[in-house]
Design a protein around this ligand. Structure first.
Ligand code: SF4
Length: 217
């Protein structure tokens, strides 16, 4: 299977106070010391130069933070810069859609998503639609920690599924049926399974699809 990754990262904010025990970004920060205290988010506006690219691209804007930890003035600064480059796609994720309200429906390429690690997080999908207004919504089932069962995916345009990375004691490896119940209920919604799932679901069930609007490369 041809595996193409169309998505680049652009991180105008580093750091997050949520403190997930499996946080890849915190581990990366410990290694590279990008910011002195990962629990204190820091804005690095110079990172936004990346979105000034001549050809349209898709940027993951929160691979080192959670959108809910960005104060309003940081959010506005970043959204205003995005408004100048509307041909790009921009992907944001949060675990706390109950924490902030935003409305970026005027930015056609903006995608807002919530992380759902299991059944206990499903409330985030509805809260996202209520509090975070955007033209495009996605769900990131990563790291998948239990079966989510039947999920209402109406209005969702993109789904990512992934397993926990790293060697944490107590790390949870998702079961094949947890993954396939999501992909089977997606019905026409593009699903991107992270590479690490190939060995769990097998080639016959492995999917890597992107929404057309994100395929800029
Ligand atoms: S929300 Fe994301 S960035 Fe924040 S601690 Fe959890 S995994 Fe790390």
């Amino acid at each position: 299977m041809e595996i193409i990754n169309y998505i680049e990262t652009c991180n105008p904010v580093y750091g997050c106070s949520i403190g997930c025990p499996y946080c890849y970004a915190a581990r990366l920060n410990t290694r590279f010391k990008i910011t002195p205290d990962f629990k204190v988010p820091t804005i690095m506006p110079q990172a936004l130069k990346k979105i000034h690219s001549r050809s349209p691209k898709t940027f993951f804007m929160t691979s080192m933070s959670d959108l809910s930890g960005w104060p309003e003035d940081w959010r506005e600064e970043v959204f205003n810069e995005m408004r100048k480059y509307p041909r790009n796609s921009y992907l944001f994720l949060t675990k706390r859609p109950d924490f902030i309200t935003i409305d970026i429906r005027d930015i056609p390429g903006a995608w807002i998503g919530v992380t759902v690690t299991g059944k206990q997080d499903l409330w985030r999908i509805l809260k996202m639609k209520q509090n975070l207004k955007a033209q495009n919504y996605c769900i990131c089932f990563e790291p998948l920690h239990n079966s989510v069962g039947k999920v209402n995916l109406s209005g969702i345009g993109y789904i990512v599924i992934g397993a926990e990375t790293g060697n944490r004691v107590g790390k949870i490896i998702p079961k094949k049926e947890w993954i396939t119940e999501i992909s089977e209920s997606a019905k026409g919604i593009p699903v991107w399974m992270k590479d690490s799932l190939l060995g769990i679901v097998g080639e016959e069930s492995f999917i890597q699809e992107l929404p057309k609007s994100m395929k800029h490369a």
